[in-house]
Design a protein around this ligand. Structure first.
Ligand SMILES: Nc1ncnc2c1ncn2[C@@H]1O[C@H](COP(=O)(O)OP(=O)(O)OP(=O)(O)O)[C@@H](O)[C@H]1O
Length: 255
C-alpha cells in the first residue's frame, strides 16, 4: 500500500519540484516503486523527468475534473521505477472548475485509490498556492513534506500552511501527518543560512531532516536535460544530498 506524501509550501520557488523529482529517483534506486503526481500547471515535474508535453494525452486535469481513470494518465519516465501523472497548462483551469463540482476536495483521493497497491510511495508536487489543488493533495495524502528555503523570510507563510493542514485534518483527512521539514538552497557562505536553520529547527524540532540541501548549480541544471540529478551527475554532491534525504525518509518508515 503506497504511502502518499504531498510536497507542499505555498511559497513559490522553494524547491518543491526539485525535491519531488530527486527524492522520487533516489527512492526508486533503493528499490521502491514510485508515482509522481504533478499537481502544478507549470508542469515542471513532468518535464523534469523527461516527458515532452506533446507526448501527454491525458493528465492530472482529466483525473481531477473529468474523473477519468488514473491509469490512462500514468506514463513511465526516464528513470526506472518512477512513473508520473503529468500536468500541462490545462490544469490552470482546474481551481475554478472544481469549485462548482460535488466532492471536489476528494477528487485526487478517489483518483489515486485504484493504484495505491501498485506503488510504495506516491509523491505529489503541489502548486505554490493553497487552493483546491493543494486541498486535494492534502486530502489524498498520509503526510506532508515541507521544503523551506534557507533565507530570511523562511518561516513566513508557514503558519498559513499549517492552518490549512489543520482544516483538512478537521474536515477531510484526520490522519494527515507532517512527514518532515526540509531546508533547501542553503548557502554556507552566509551567516544567514545558519541562523535560519536554527530558527526552523527550534520551531519544528524533530520534524526537520538532518539532511540540508545546499544551493548547488547542478540541481538547477538537471531539469533542462529531463533527468533527476542521480542520472544527470550521479557522483555529484547534489546527488549525494538527495540520496541522504531518501535514506532519512526510508528510515522514518522503518526501512
Ligand atoms: N538546492 C538548489 N540549488 C540550486 N538551485 C535550486 C535548488 N533547488 C531548486 N533550485 C532551482 O530553483 C528554482 C525553483 O525550484 P523548484 O522549481 O524546485 O521550486 P518550487 O517550489 O517547485 O517552485 P514553484 O513554487 O514555482 O512550483 C528552479 O529553477 C530550480 O532548478
Amino acid at each position: 500500500m503506497a504511502h502518499v506524501i504531498a510536497v507542499a509550501n505555498q511559497k513559490g520557488g522553494v524547491g518543491k519540484t526539485t525535491t519531488t523529482v530527486n527524492l522520487a529517483a533516489c527512492l526508486a534506486n533503493a528499490g521502491k516503486k514510485i508515482l509522481i503526481v504533478d499537481d502544478d500547471a507549470q508542469g515542471n515535474a513532468t518535464s523534469g523527468v523527461g516527458i515532452e508535453k506533446p507526448q501527454v494525452k491525458k493528465d492530472i486535469y482529466n483525473v481531477l475534473v473529468d474523473e477519468e481513470p488514473i491509469d490512462e494518465a500514468i506514463l513511465h519516465t526516464s528513470h526506472k521505477g518512477v512513473d508520473i501523472v503529468p500536468a500541462t497548462i490545462q490544469l490552470a483551469g482546474a481551481e475554478i472548475e472544481l469549485t462548482s463540482q460535488m466532492a471536489r476536495e476528494m477528487r485526487l483521493k478517489l483518483g489515486l485509490a485504484p493504484v495505491l497497491d501498485k506503488y510504495d510511495y506516491i509523491l505529489i508536487d503541489c502548486p505554490p498556492s493553497l487552493g483546491q489543488l493543494s486541498i486535494n493533495a492534502f486530502t489524498a495524502s498520509n503526510s506532508i513534506l515541507i521544503p523551506v528555503q534557507s533565507e530570511f523570510y523562511a518561516l513566513e507563510g508557514l503558519g498559513q500552511l499549517l492552518n490549512t493542514v489543520k482544516l483538512v485534518q478537521k474536515h477531510f483527512n484526520p490522519d494527515l501527518a507532517i512527514e518532515g521539514v526540509l531546508l533547501t538552497m542553503y548557502d554556507a557562505r552566509t551567516n544567514l543560512g545558519t541562523q535560519v536553520i536554527s530558527e526552523v529547527r527550534s520551531h519544528f524540532g524533530e520534524h526537520v531532516y538532518e539532511t540540508v540541501i545546499p544551493r548547488l548549480t547542478r540541481l538547477a541544471e538537471a531539469p533542462s536535460y529531463g533527468e533527476p540529478i542521480v542520472d544527470f551527475d550521479p557522483r555529484s554532491r547534489a546527488a549525494k544530498v538527495y540520496e541522504d534525504l531518501a535514506k532519512e525518509v526510508l528510515a522514518a518508515h522503518g526501512e
